[in-house]
Design a protein around this ligand. Structure first.
Ligand SMILES: *Cc1c(COP(=O)(O)O)cnc(C)c1O
Length: 363
């Protein structure tokens, strides 16, 4: 056997991750450019200090207070409301979704998504020995419902992963599409990954509204984007209580540290202020879409805090040109396209200036 005795199918695979480069303007991983406010930081510090007093003890395994606060927060997005028994959380929504595949995927089972889609999904499938099948989205990045339904009926997935708004395209799914897939999936789970849900445009509903209608629907969220908490590592989901209970079988004991729970609770207390920044980012996003179109780019409509634009004959050259000018974006998505996260007005001005410069050089 070769050393180290890694699983055969993992040999030679590079760990996933965007380059973490030290560049003045970082618009590559859809982080919130605004850190927490001084008041929020103070609350976080006090809460962490309080949690520190009992760090000799294991944390609340069922994170009761946090589940209640998350249920409360989610209830603003659905008239039916969300109760704590419908909420589950882990260290980032990536961990939540891995747990979903640990519990509901596995050998002999299939997970499905529709490309272009989030690049981590096939990794959860690989790591849990779940068969991975990727269908395709339509050319405008919407979901071709007939094709999607056909694929689901053929492959009979136990988990369907649907980011909405989609990463890397920014496309939100209409609720009718989610509903139809929930029907088509039978007893399979339909996971709507709303990592960017708070950034959706006016009038675009959350899939949370559909929870009372479909027991196989799971909606995931994260504090990494809207809550400016990428460093906190807190993701969560809302689903039927039986689904939350099932995940408890596969979670590691005490997976959410006392510090994580305390800090997440503190951040949630500052939701109104953090969501105020989200509104500013949505305005900045819409302006960016208009500017890019004025520049002659193709731009995918975005309900997220990033924009997919193109199309470039040599996208790598454009990406490199921007990097040479101190602006880091992401070379991802279908060939010819690039993705830029929405930053502060200053960062967006730097991006616009750099792109204009790169275009001028290439013209
Ligand atoms: C950023 C992102 C997440 C969030 O991941 P965390 O583990 O919560 O930081 C989830 N899904 C998609 C599609 C994302 O882009």
């Amino acid at each position: 056997m070769t050393w180290p005795p890694l699983r055969e199918e993992l040999r030679g695979i590079e760990p996933y991750g965007a380059p973490q480069l030290d560049v003045p303007v970082q618009l590559n991983v859809n982080e919130n450019p605004y850190g927490p406010s001084p008041a929020c930081i103070a609350d976080i510090a006090t809460s962490a200090a309080e949690a520190a007093v009992t760090l000799n003890r294991y944390p609340d395994r069922e994170f009761v207070a946090l589940r209640a606060a998350l249920a409360d927060y989610l209830s603003r997005d659905t008239p039916a409301g969300i109760v704590p028994e419908q909420v589950w959380a882990a260290n980032g929504s990536n961990e939540v979704m891995l747990q979903l595949l640990q519990a509901f995927g596995g050998p002999g089972r299939t997970a499905v998504s529709f490309a272009p889609t989030y690049s981590m999904y096939p990794e959860y499938a690989r790591d849990t020995n779940t068969r991975w099948v990727a269908g395709r989205r339509a050319d405008d990045f919407s979901l071709d419902l007939d094709a999607a339904r056909d694929l689901v009926k053929t492959e009979l997935p136990s988990v369907i992963l649907l980011p909405s708004p989609n990463n890397p395209t920014g496309t939100a799914l209409p609720p009718e599409a989610v509903g139809e897939l929930c029907e088509a999936a039978g007893d399979g789970l339909v996971v709507v990954d709303e990592a960017y849900g708070e950034f959706r445009r006016e009038g675009v509903p959350s899939a949370l509204e559909l929870l009372p209608s479909y027991r196989n629907l799971v909606v995931t969220r994260t504090m990494s984007k809207a809550f400016a908490g990428a460093g906190l590592r807190l993701g969560y989901l809302a689903a039927a209580p039986e689904i939350c209970d099932a995940i408890r079988v596969v979670r590691l004991p005490y997976h959410l540290s006392a510090v994580t729970q305390a800090v997440a609770l503190a951040a949630l207390r500052h939701a109104p202020e953090l969501l105020g920044k989200v509104d500013e980012l949505r305005v900045e996003r819409d302006a960016l879409v208009i500017w890019l179109r004025d520049e002659g780019c193709d731009v995918a409509d975005s309900d997220a805090n990033f924009v997919l634009f193109g199309r470039f004959a040599d996208r790598h050259a454009v990406w490199q040109g921007l990097l040479d000018r101190g602006v880091l974006i992401r070379e991802t998505g279908p060939d010819g396209w690039l993705r830029v996260s929405v930053g502060t007005p200053d960062e967006m001005a730097a991006f616009r200036a750099a792109l204009t410069d790169v275009d001028g050089e290439r013209a």
